[in-house]
Design a protein around this ligand. Structure first.
Ligand SMILES: Nc1ncnc2c1ncn2[C@@H]1O[C@H](COP(=O)(O)OP(=O)(O)OP(=O)(O)O)[C@@H](O)[C@H]1O
Ligand SMILES: [Mg+2]
Length: 257
């Protein structure tokens, strides 16, 4: 099962991705959670301690490794576009609560279609995770889809956009859907988070087609308490975890797991 979680800043991507990862791990599945956000904090939400997290360097910042694998020199000339990366998740991933975390980081693309070696490495790792790994793979990403390319996207089972009950979030969902279509992805699913009341629920149902809506997660102070203490929401909120469990069941059913 390969799941990419996207959405605009602060909507709850990391909260959702981490909880989903832990639910799969509870079932005894091998789970790999990839942090593809420049402001990497998936580890905390998975329950890692700060000391371990401080020791993790995002792959995008491992210049030596990138040079070694791509053959790039300091001027970024003459490097391979298909570096060996299949050992990277196991060598650089760290495990906690049954979930292996791989922090990839991101690379500034500057909008100019940068093909710097770091970018090549990350793309290659992502496509390797998605195409070749038979674990459950959950990616916590930014709103863009530029990390993904053809070949990778076809092997993705679910693109999930996390939204809040608000016009800007809905806009992001529409943008992702449009970008996804350009990449040949037809299925883009939505999880509505921070839903406060019946009006919010109504707003979501009015804006998101029923077949795209995987479920809703209600606004819950326990999630904020977990965050304040740098802990996993999974260990703090049974209510939110059970809402996410329902969403997971729907994902599993739709993918006939
Ligand atoms: N259901 C919820 N109820 C209350 N607070 C929530 C809920 N979901 C997430 N939050 C809070 O909202 C904030 C943002 O959540 P989170 O970090 O998961 O979002 P994100 O989309 O990953 O953000 P970023 O774009 O910065 O990576 C956190 O403080 C989190 O505790
Ligand atoms: Mg996040």
């Amino acid at each position: 099962m390969k799941i990419a979680v996207t959405g605009k800043g602060g909507v709850g991507k990391t909260t959702f991705a981490a909880t989903l990862a832990r639910l799969y791990a509870d079932e005894g599945k091998k789970v790999l959670a990839a942090d593809v956000d420049p402001d990497a904090n998936l580890g905390l939400a998975l329950g890692f301690d700060e000391e371990t997290l401080d020791s993790i360097i995002p792959i995008s910042k491992m210049r030596k490794l990138v040079e070694e694998r791509t053959g790039a020199n300091s001027q970024n000339q003459f490097y391979t576009l298909n570096p060996k990366v299949d050992d990277i998740p196991d060598t650089y991933g760290k495990v906690c609560n049954g979930v292996k975390l791989l922090v990839l980081g991101t690379v500034e693309t500057g909008g100019g279609g940068c093909v710097c070696p770091e970018h090549v490495m990350l793309k290659r790792i992502i496509s390797n995770l998605v195409v070749h790994r038979d674990d459950v793979v959950i990616m916590d990403m930014e709103a863009g889809l530029e990390h993904l390319g053809r070949g990778t996207t076809e092997s993705m089972d679910e693109f999930i956009v996390v939204i809040e009950p608000g016009a800007r979030s809905v806009q992001t969902y529409k943008n992702v859907k449009r970008l996804a279509k350009d990449l040949g992805i037809t299925q883009v699913k939505v999880v509505a988070n921070k839903v406060r009341n019946a009006e919010d629920e109504e707003f979501i149902r009015a804006k998101i087609p029923a077949e795209d809506l995987l479920g809703m997660i209600h606004y819950n102070v326990e999630v904020m308490d977990a965050d304040r203490q740098g802990k996993s929401p999974y260990d703090f909120s049974e209510t939110v975890t059970s809402e996410i469990r329902k969403i997971k069941e729907k994902i599993d059913n739709e993918n006939s797991l």
